[in-house]
Design a protein around this ligand. Sequence first.
Ligand code: PGA
Length: 235
Amino acid sequence: MLIAGNWKMNKTASEAAEYCAALEGRVAGLTGLDLAVFPPFTSLSAAVRTLADTEVAVGAQNVHWETEGAFTGEVSAAMLRELGVYAAIVGHSERRQHFGETDETVARRASAALEAGLFVIACVGELEQEREAGETENVLRRQVSVLAEDDRLVVAYEPVWAIGTGKTATPEQARDAHAFVKSLLDVPVLYGGSVTPGNAAELLGQEGVDGALVGGASLDLESFVSICEAGAAAA
Ligand code: PGA
């Protein structure tokens, strides 16, 4: 069971250090869980330093496929590794929606990160109109088919209509989508999209739900801790 907090563009380095210092003590006793936080690039170093020698891993929210070069605004896997970063998210729907990320660039980012030794959370998920049109499985097939199985690869199923909206997939919708993703690729699958302390236990209790990628509710320490507790109980 993996509980991952995607902070998006939130928390400066000092805010990250303060949060991580408090988080460590609150989750130390939880068993059966892998825990990770994904601060913005500028807060990675503070998070890595604060969480050194703890069970909580630190990951980045994106990573480039080249090792270096003329790619303004991008960060390579080697740069992350040297900081002590352990994982990267690729293909988040906000990157697909606002920054031109495609299945092809997501695949390139994932394979470069894996090759460099990072763990990868690759995000997939359908838009609301795609679900309404009965296209969910086709979309998932297209997004997953560019990824190659790897021991360090995790997929996050995040229905786009559920991200930051307060709408969640029903437990049945999550179960079906997770089973479908797993039929294509034999990797752990996280659920993401408006996971809160109120719905975490039910979602994490579904067959095929191997953890959660938590956005908004991970920013508040108390709510993230209670989602972690729900994860430990479901593990
Ligand atoms: P949310 O975001 O929990 O705020 O819906 C999840 C995500 O985008 O990973």
